[in-house]
Design a protein. Structure first.
Length: 582
């Protein structure tokens, strides 16, 4: 059990925490104070609760482009509440500026976060993140570090306008790229729209992974109420930042450590919200990773059952029509949580020191809006994500059914196989590719170890010759992930992945595959004997590396059902499942 500040001796608070080892505690404090006084601090300032503020600003990360304003507001909030703010940097990751893929670096960022929270003296921490991998990395790191922690989201970007049509990253990025590939727009218009898709700093403006994780962070109780939805460049976002700083000081005083918030009930609430917002499939992987740090396992089959009773209520792209700024105008998570209230674990504690139920009751009254649907008038009658099983995915696979094509969700087709991302790039647009719209595209070796880092390459493009003929969707299967901003009949996270010898490794072009979302089935229609024969004749060589982070990654990364976390970072003991017992 984590000790609270009340349990600790005064020497373990504020600047006195975690003294550097010189063999003489008093000297260590003397030295620390001498150095910090070099920055002009007084003893009065240094005697206050210390609130760390994680600065993930980076020229490489426009999703965090409002970082200076947010830090200033958090500091104001901390000082108004009598604390001492101390901002410090950690790794920052942006989706488009991380090679080979941002997911490869998420665990590194979580380690950086955890170790800097442990190493530096602070009584609570405000974690500022927004772009897809940053919020999960921070929650994972803070969950392991164990001190009072509160999440501040950077906020979504504004939408732009192209030829009077409203556009936003990144659903519309994919849509316009699809038009360009299909020859519907020319190179000049492609370049024009490129200027308009991202209208300001901030995170993607649809229900992609960043927005999903923002909503999940609030559902987990890790942000102040209303913390998920204000766009990055608004006064509301700055007010949330100030409030977050103020709240962090009280959390430090109350000893409101993260283990009191990240409980099985909190994760169950997050799963409900993930389903009801039509959230990114990546949300499952990140939730599994964060829960794993707390010794909890996400039960994928239970998530599937929860989907039967949790409709999609949020009308946001890619499942619906609106953008994050509309969700904010509609009351944000407050409106959504009010609709979901009968399904939520209302006793779950939040960073405010009050339960989720108390926060919902204390929220301002509802008003007329058309972004969050009433529970009995959903935009999709079931949860957005279905969990599939079968001989092709013994450990499970998922499909975002709310963004899939109804007709293709019950489909048997011939496999057209690509061995890896390079093979895909080389052949997908070849006029000679033997493919029809009824075929099923299969991509191997883009799982956790395969690529490595489980890139968002599961959104396999429609072959050029079919796209030009007007084909908009096909069944696509891989062991990779897909951006939350993408749509289509796409089976993802096939587990175990092909690179470790999962059945996906042995699929051959011409095999028949059955997808039945109704039956929750993904099956390769060959005999067990034939599958075993192929495995024996062509055993896979599991990827490895000689040195460095890549070696650490390939030696220790887990599969999608365990969150693609490193095995040694997960809690040593599993203490329960999510959802827990009724
Ligand atoms: Fe950062 Fe989409 S690229 S949130």
């Amino acid at each position: 059990m984590t000790k609270t500040p009340k349990d600790k001796s005064p020497t373990e608070q504020g600047l006195r925490k975690g003294l550097t080892s010189y063999g003489d505690k008093d000297f260590s404090l003397f030295l620390r104070k001498a150095f910090i006084k070099g920055a002009g601090y007084t003893n009065s300032a240094l005697d206050r609760p210390v609130i760390g503020i994680i600065n993930t600003g980076s020229s490489y990360n426009p999703c965090h482009g409002n970082m200076p304003q947010l830090i200033e507001a958090v500091k104001r909030g901390v000082m108004l509440a009598g604390g001492l703010p101390m901002d410090f940097p950690t790794i920052s990751i942006h989706e488009s500026f991380a090679s080979p893929t941002s997911m490869y670096l998420r665990n590194l960022m979580s380690m950086d976060t955890e170790e800097m929270l442990r190493a530096q003296p602070m009584d609570a921490v405000v974690m500022i993140g927004g772009c897809d991998k940053t919020v999960p990395a921070q929650l994972m790191g803070a969950a392991s570090a164990g001190l009072p922690a509160i999440q501040l989201i950077t906020g979504s970007m504004l939408t732009g306008s192209h030829h009077s049509e409203r556009v936003g990253a990144c659903t519309d990025c994919r849509r316009y790229w699809g038009k360009f590939r299909a020859g519907e727009i020319d190179a000049i218009e492609k370049d024009e729209v490129n200027e308009k898709l991202v209208a300001s700093v901030g995170t993607c403006s649809v229900m992609g992974t960043a927005s999903t994780m923002a909503c999940i962070a609030e559902a987990l109780g890790m942000t102040v109420p209303g913390g998920a939805s204000p766009p990055a460049v608004t006064a509301d976002r700055i007010r949330i930042a100030e409030e977050t700083g103020t709240r962090a000081v009280q959390m430090a005083k109350d000893g409101l450590t993260i283990d009191k918030i990240l409980t099985a009930d909190a994760f169950e609430n997050a799963m409900r919200v993930l389903l009801a917002i039509g959230g990114s499939t990546n949300g499952i992987v990140h939730l599994a990773a964060i829960a794993g740090r707390m010794g909890l396992e996400i039960d994928l089959n239970a998530l599937d059952h929860m989907g039967n009773e949790t409709p999609v209520l949020l009308d946001l792209k890619p499942s619906g029509d609106h953008y994050m700024e509309n969700f904010h105008d509609a009351g944000g998570m407050t409106t959504l949580l009010r609709e979901l209230k009968p399904l939520l674990k209302l006793n779950a504690m939040t960073v405010t020191g009050r339960t989720l139920g108390e926060e919902i009751d204390a929220a301002p009254p509802s008003f007329k809006q058309d972004v969050v649907r009433p529970f009995d008038k959903p935009i999709y009658p079931r949860g957005s994500i279905a969990v599939l099983h079968g001989n092709l995915a013994p450990g499970g696979a998922i499909i975002k059914q709310s963004a899939a094509n109804e007709k293709l969700m019950e489909h048997v087709g011939r496999a057209v196989v690509f061995e890896n991302a390079e093979d895909l790039a080389n052949r997908i647009d070849s006029p000679d590719l033997d493919v029809t719209a009824e075929d099923i595209l299969v991509l191997k070796n883009i799982g956790p170890k395969g690529a490595p880092g489980m890139p968002e390459a599961g959104y396999i493009p429609i072959p050029m010759k079919l796209a030009r003929a007007g084909v908009k969707d096909m069944v696509r299967i891989s062991d990779g992930r897909m951006s939350g901003t993408a749509y289509g009949t796409i089976v993802l996270h096939v587990t175990p992945e092909s690179a470790v010898g999962g059945p996906l490794a042995y699929v051959q072009s011409g095999d028949r595959i059955r997808l039945s979302v109704k039956e929750r089935e993904i099956s390769l229609l060959i005999s067990d004997e034939e599958l075993a024969k192929r495995a024996k004749e062509n055993p896979v060589v599991v990827p490895s590396a000689e040195r460095g982070y890549k070696k650490l990654f390939l030696d220790t990364v887990t599969q999608a059902d365990q969150g693609v976390d490193f095995d040694f970072l997960r809690a040593p003991n599993i203490i329960g499942k999510v959802p827990g017992k009724k």
